[in-house]
Design a protein around this ligand. Structure first.
Ligand code: SF4
Length: 615
């Protein structure tokens, strides 16, 4: 089989992966691919899908959870076009808000932005949209679009046309669409998006990058909440536009539900029948009126968000909710909160079955059969590829002397963890990163660190500050980074050129038990025969730790140690999950073993004549 592959030779496992995917597509089945970083999954998946799609007149969607991950697909397509003169038409499209050049509305947040854009377009009041509609697509725009959505945005801005409209029109003519998860996973977006770009899933192969994120992302599109505080903000918005809508009744309903359902508890379930019948009877109309008032408020005050639109979205979600969405009422201080929490994104998962086939790929998609069941893809082919990097370049140990288990947390335990990190630091030549299960834990241990920690991730840190922290850390040669698991420093980020020589994972980032987790566990227990705890709680927690641990080795030349600092990693429940991803070494003296590993690394560097990273 000849694959459109941009490089001269496939890497270790890439050839096998292309054949495996092609064979699945040939028989009309989906594929789940687990392959560690460095395998070249994106190239292999795109080449195999293209080889099949273009013979069979199909389209390809390449979907990612973050827009920053679109660029790799563009590089692959450019490389294939350059090598084969293939002239593949592809379009990179991201959310409308990111592509909006209309400064009257592009500072508006979330749902309020989409409603404002829709209103402008309907009324013919967006000049950029009208201009884009009224003219062809210039060569300059086409050239820019080949470099991705950022370049298209810039060119569209210079021409004064709506970049989203241009991208959507180009997508109509493209066989390869690079887009965000939300375009297909969000049931609110999917139909309109596919209609707009004149494509369907039935005639398409969908490649899901970083597929371990799918269910969380899908759930987030289905969740919403209101609070007594947001109702108070909304009332102020109504007053500012002299609206006759009275939201006092909604505040009254929340208070009454609090008395009736909470009875002193911190949280409780609620169902739609707990809301007054007269409210539920008219809720569609009420939501529509509140949304209109929200748009008027945004227009009149040039605000960047509206609590009214937020409330109207919540009401729409109440109408659409089914058993897979739990209603939870909770109290924080005097603020009552009604949340709709997604237990399993049934409406999103249904989209997988619409496609001709799906290719789900990730470096942490294990156990594969768990994901196949969660995606409703039990018939899919499952493929697990080994790491392409030399085994001798990494050592991994479990420190069983401490635990971050909730009941074990104490000042003494924080001190023990700090001393443990200090001991590892003392033998590390070069940068070291330590990841914690929460900011609280990070702060508690940091307090007892005798060693200087220069780079610390803080809660609610703006993204610009995180970037600065990261760039400073990467420039340093012998310092320590403290961050949290599941955060922007521990997932979806490359620490290239062996910038980290060792990683310490403190604790297991398990979700703190609450009513939403209990409901999710019960729902998955019923749906997947008693697998609720494993699917909802254990595996997601361990995967966050594995993601963080995987930051150090990003290429075949990288060498690093990993220490899982929590005795629970040695327990059968957790060990059976983690061994899918990391081979754990055993030693009575892991500090000594790491020292030896570091010394061997120095000999290797001296032999290779590479730069010495410590003095
Ligand atoms: S039509 Fe385009 S430019 Fe106009 S508001 Fe919407 S996204 Fe922005």
């Amino acid at each position: 089989m000849d694959f459109p592959f941009r490089f001269e030779w496939p890497r270790h496992n890439q050839d096998r992966m292309m054949h495996d995917i092609y064979n699945m597509l040939f028989v009309g089945r989906s594929a789940l691919i687990n392959a560690p970083t460095g395998t070249g999954k994106t190239d292999a998946a795109i080449s195999a899908a293209m080889a099949f799609a273009y013979k069979n007149d199909m389209d390809i969607f390449f979907l990612t959870p973050k827009m920053s991950q679109h660029s790799i697909a563009i590089e692959v397509l450019k490389g294939i076009n350059a090598k084969f003169g293939a002239g593949i038409g592809y379009t990179d499209i991201v959310g409308k808000k990111t592509m909006c050049i209309n400064t009257d509305v592009n500072n508006i947040d979330g749902e309020s932005f989409y409603k404002s854009c829709e209103k402008l377009v309907k009324a013919g009041n967006c000049a950029f949209y009208s201009k884009a509609k009224g003219q062809g697509i210039s060569e300059r725009l086409e050239g820019a679009a080949a470099n991705g959505h950022n370049a298209l945005f810039e060119a569209a801005f210079n021409e004064g046309v709506c970049a989203y409209e241009i991208a959507a029109r180009m997508a109509k003519e493209s066989n390869f669409i690079i887009a965000d998860y939300a375009h297909i996973l969000s049931p609110y977006t999917r139909q309109a998006f596919l209609k707009r770009i004149a494509h369907n899933l039935q005639g398409s192969i969908v490649i899901w990058d970083e597929a371990h994120n799918i269910l969380n992302a899908a759930s987030s599109y289905l969740e919403s909440h209101i609070t007594t505080r947001s109702i108070a903000y909304a009332e102020k918005e109504l007053a500012s536009i002299s609206s006759s809508i009275d939201l006092g009744y909604l505040s009254f309903v929340l208070d009454e539900m609090k008395e009736r359902l909470l009875k002193g508890k911190a949280e409780a379930f609620f169902s739609n029948s707990d809301m007054p019948a007269e409210l539920m009877r008219n809720i569609g109309g009420i939501a529509g009126d509140i949304e209109k008032a929200g748009l008027t408020y945004i227009e009149a005050s040039h605000a960047s968000r509206s609590s009214l639109i937020h409330i109207s979205r919540f009401m729409e979600s109440l109408i659409n909710r089914n058993d897979s969405i739990a209603g939870i009422i909770s109290l924080s201080g005097d603020n009552v909160r009604l949340s709709l929490s997604c237990l399993y994104p049934e409406a999103s998962v249904a989209a997988f079955k619409d496609a001709y086939a799906n290719i789900f790929m990730s470096g942490t998609l294990l156990p594969l059969d768990m994901y196949a069941r969660l995606f409703g893809m039990e018939n899919a082919g499952m493929f697990n590829y080994s790491s392409p990097f030399p085994r001798e370049n990494r050592v991994s140990f479990i420190d069983t002397g401490v635990s971050s288990k909730y009941e074990s947390r104490s000042i003494e335990e924080y001190k023990r963890i700090a001393i443990g990190i200090g001991r590892i630091r003392a033998i590390t030549k070069g940068n070291m990163a330590v990841f914690f299960p929460s900011f609280k834990m990070l702060d508690s241990v940091y307090r007892y660190m005798g060693t200087e920690v220069r780079h610390i991730q803080r809660q609610m840190m703006p993204s610009i500050a995180v970037e600065k922290l990261l760039s400073d850390f990467k420039k340093s040669e012998d310092s320590m980074l403290f961050g949290v698991m599941g955060g922007s420093l521990s997932e979806g980020i490359d620490y290239a050129n062996n910038v980290i020589k060792g990683i310490v994972i403190v604790g297991i980032p398990l979700e703190r038990p609450n009513l939403a987790l209990t409901a999710k566990t019960e729902y998955l227990n019923k749906k997947f025969e008693g697998k609720g705890v494993e699917y909802a709680y254990l595996v997601p927690g361990v995967i966050k730790a594995v993601q963080a641990a995987g930051r150090a080795i990003r290429s075949e030349k990288d060498r690093a140690f990993i220490v899982f600092m929590d005795k629970r990693y040695n327990w059968r429940t957790y060990k059976s999950i983690i061994k899918n991803f990391v081979e754990i070494d055993s030693s009575d003296d892991y500090i000594g073993a790491i020292r030896l590993f570091m010394q061997k690394g120095m000999q290797h560097i001296e032999k290779e004549g590479a730069a010495i990273f410590y003095t």
